[in-house]
Design a protein around this ligand. Structure first.
Ligand code: GLN
Length: 193
């Protein structure tokens, strides 16, 4: 059974742990280096990316996570997690993991539409639309190889993959649809890099 750590400094980490358990993986909270070392894969949840980034530095987890990712540890980042995985955060110099060759725009869908739900066409998950829950969501302005777009909404990239890294602008952990987590555990995490 895969041991999957969920970064638990701030944000929606409990819901991810439940999703992991429903997928047959073992999910646990990560706040310390010892916990990080037990991870076979990791999830960076939604929340506030500036806060999570600052805490990653403060808890001395930023560089160790980057190093593990470069050694092949799979990471799924959702919402704020997508922001933290991006190499470029438009208009911001906030701390980040910066592992994916993408440019991200924060709070990109505008203030008027703080949160919304949309049926997303995500070909890698099959023909059935995925219920996308967007909360002050980012989108990707630019995706450069080896990163690739997996889904768009209103012409904007809302899901991307780069080897064993996967990011989503929406919150799959707030639905009962396990397909994003399954895709991460079964396909992305096992990919050759
Ligand atoms: N807008 C937030 C940020 O950039 C992300 C929101 C979320 O994770 N729900 O940090």
């Amino acid at each position: 059974m895969k041991q999957v750590g969920v970064l638990a400094l701030q944000g929606a980490f409990r819901e991810h742990i439940q999703m992991l358990e429903l997928c047959g993986a073992r999910g646990f909270e990560v706040r310390k280096l010892q916990e990080l070392k037990r991870c076979e894969a990791m999830i960076i949840p939604g929340g506030e990316s500036t806060t999570i980034g600052r805490l990653l530095v403060e808890f001395e987890l930023l560089d160790p996570i980057c190093n593990l990712a470069r050694e092949g540890m799979p990471i799924l980042g959702t919402c704020a997690g997508m922001v933290l995985l991006a190499e470029n955060i438009i208009g911001s110099d906030q701390p980040r993991l910066g592992l994916m060759r993408v440019s991200v725009l924060r709070n990109a869908f505008g203030r008027q539409v703080d949160s919304f739900e949309a049926r997303l066409d995500i070909p890698v998950l099959g023909p059935e639309p995925f219920p996308g829950v967007f909360i002050r969501a980012p989108y990707l302005e630019e995706v450069q190889p080896p990163a690739e777009a997996l889904a768009t909404f209103m012409g904007k990239v809302v899901m991307a993959r780069q080897g064993r890294l996967l990011s989503a602008a929406f919150h799959p952990e707030l639905t009962s649809d396990l397909r994003v987590h399954r895709y991460f555990l079964e396909t992305v995490a096992g990919a050759d890099v």
